[in-house]
Design a protein around this ligand. Structure first.
Ligand code: BTN
Length: 264
């Protein structure tokens, strides 16, 4: 079981994690963090749960968080100047923070554009941003992060559309979830001042999954097939089509899949 006092002793980190609200069991940490934000809770408020009974993923999907096995956390953020078009930068920030925390336990994870965290092609973590707007002004954002740590946290194959894994399956031994959680917070805090700046794009590009591979990107307007080249300004994905033409896919409601079978 996570120990809230142990976490509290190392918080705040870069101004994040104070106050900390810890729940052995909750519906969704994102919902609770949004409630606190609406009541005026400050930037950096952190909600952590041991178990979620209605954990939420992107596109309304269910996010599996059984007890004693995962990380489920949500941060209240109050960034200046973000617009609906640039809100996605917060998702990238969350994914980068997870990737760097995993590097500390010697795992090389990659980011499936735009923001799933993969190890050997299997999803290990997800990021969900939810925002409240006052007209065009961002009132607050909730950055929700879920990480599969122990084998119990990996959802049954029949319930998911992306193959999944967990940190301990890769490391081959128990991982301290306190340290991992604190490292994720550290990563968010470290990248926060660089939100949307070229250095963040470079760090993201360096961790891009499927580089050189053929992928299919499903967009609202239809499907795009191409070989992954890297990121373009603004976080668009650059692909080359089969006849060598350069294609740019903007971040939006998209779904990316490799079309060949190897999983790296
Ligand atoms: C995804 O679909 O990849 C995003 C998953 C995000 C899950 C996290 S767990 C903590 C926070 N609370 C939620 O209900 N969802 C996010």
């Amino acid at each position: 079981m996570l120990n809230a006092e142990r976490l509290r002793a190392s918080l705040p980190i870069y101004g994040l994690g104070e106050p900390l609200y810890f729940y052995p069991n909750i519906g969704s940490t994102n919902d609770r963090a949004a409630d606190f934000a609406r009541q005026g809770s400050p930037h950096g408020t952190l909600v952590v749960a041991e178990e979620q009974t209605s954990g939420r993923g992107r596109a309304g999907r269910y996010w599996f968080t059984p007890p004693d096995s995962a990380l489920a956390l949500s941060l209240v953020l109050r960034p200046q100047g973000l617009t609906p078009e640039t809100l996605g930068e917060l998702t990238v920030l969350g994914a980068l923070a997870v990737v760097e925390a995993l590097e500390n336990v010697s795992i090389e994870a990659l980011i499936k554009w735009p923001n799933d965290v993969l190890i050997h092609g299997r999803k290990v973590a997800g990021v969900l941003i939810e925002a409240s707007w006052l007209g065009n002004e961002l009132e607050f954002a909730v950055l929700g992060i879920g990480v599969n740590v122990r084998p119990k946290s990996v959802p049954p194959e029949e319930e998911i559309d992306t193959p999944a894994t967990c940190v301990e399956a890769i490391v081959g031994q128990q991982v301290d979830r306190h340290d991992l959680l604190l490292d994720v917070i550290r990563g968010v805090g470290k990248w926060y001042p660089h939100l949307g700046l070229p250095e963040m794009l470079v760090a993201w590009d360096q961790r891009l999954a499927y580089r050189g591979r053929m992928v299919k990107v499903q967009q609202l307007e239809g499907e795009v097939l191409g070989r992954v080249q890297g990121l373009a300004t603004g976080g668009s994905l650059q692909l080359t089509s089969e006849n060598g033409e350069m294609i740019e896919v903007a971040v939006g409601e998209v779904h990316l899949r490799p079309v060949d079978m190897s999983s790296k």
